[in-house]
Design a protein around this ligand. Structure first.
Ligand SMILES: [Zn+2]
Length: 258
């Protein structure tokens, strides 16, 4: 799947699970957790960026090109050791991304910001980085620097409007990263066996596009990455994400006042 498509599917998956606003009288999300509208929207921003994380193993991917030399070098190192669609495309990696987010989020690191007062810097930093990644992938603003400005504004906005990040922030990272795996699972190349690093490879006669000789699995409904079917699915997901976020925004008076 392409970067922008991963990003928007992360947004849509989060809105489907966490959103609870109604669109034209219909409940448009499962509302699994008891979250405020601000938290749902902030989680959508985080899930959008987190849906790009597994592709840090590909030097050409959006995420690898987003942070200049730092992410470029990190990506080359990961790609050399893990290969593309390897370790970072596993359930274990989703656990690791989520644990890392929970750790940074839980740091007792308060910073005084003019006008806004004291904010939790760990959470603001996570939102800033993930929002910048999502903004770049969705090409909502142009250039190298502007996505980071948008990210910083989002990070500060979240620090003010949805300061209790203990649950929704790591949850949104998990949903985003899992959605990435689901997206790649739907393409021909598939993803590593779910119990990776314990991989089961099929006997030769059982090997198929669904369970490949390497042990990778796929449900290739979308065909090759970037196919017309992938574009169509993501057009629908974009419509869903925009509608549900707009409906949620209408319920969030604090964000509107800001
Ligand atoms: Zn991928």
């Amino acid at each position: 799947m392409m970067g922008g498509h991963h990003a928007i599917s992360g947004t849509a998956a989060w809105m489907a699970l966490a959103g609870s606003a109604t669109v034209r009288g219909h409940e448009a999300g499962l509302g699994l957790w008891d979250l405020s509208s601000e938290q749902v929207l902030a989680g959508a921003v985080v899930a959008t960026g987190a849906a790009l994380l597994p592709d840090i193993d590909h030097p050409g991917a959006t995420i690898s090109r987003s942070g200049g030399l730092l992410t470029g070098m990190l990506s080359h190192a990961v790609s050399r050791t893990a290969g593309h669609r390897g370790a970072t495309h596993t359930l274990l990696a989703v656990v690791a991304f989520t644990a890392l987010a929970a750790f940074v989020n839980g740091l007792d690191w308060q910073v005084r910001v003019p006008v806004l007062g004291e904010i939790e810097a760990g959470a603001a930093l996570l939102v800033t980085v993930l929002c910048a990644l999502g903004t770049r992938a969705l090409k909502t603003v142009e250039g190298r620097l502007l996505p980071w400005v948008v990210g910083l504004v989002a990070g500060l906005l979240v620090a003010v409007t949805a300061p209790d990040t203990s649950f929704w922030l790591p949850a949104a990272v998990a949903v985003g990263a899992l959605t990435h795996l689901a997206g790649d699972l739907l393409t021909t190349d598939g993803i590593p066996f779910p119990t990776w690093p314990l991989t089961m490879t099929p006997p030769k006669r059982l090997a198929s596009p669904l369970w490949q000789r390497s042990g990778d699995i796929a449900v290739p409904l979308l065909g090759n990455a970037g196919s017309a079917r992938e574009w169509l699915l993501c057009a629908v997901l974009t419509g869903y994400a925009v509608l549900t976020m707009a409906a949620t925004l209408a319920l969030a008076p604090e964000v509107l006042v800001l």
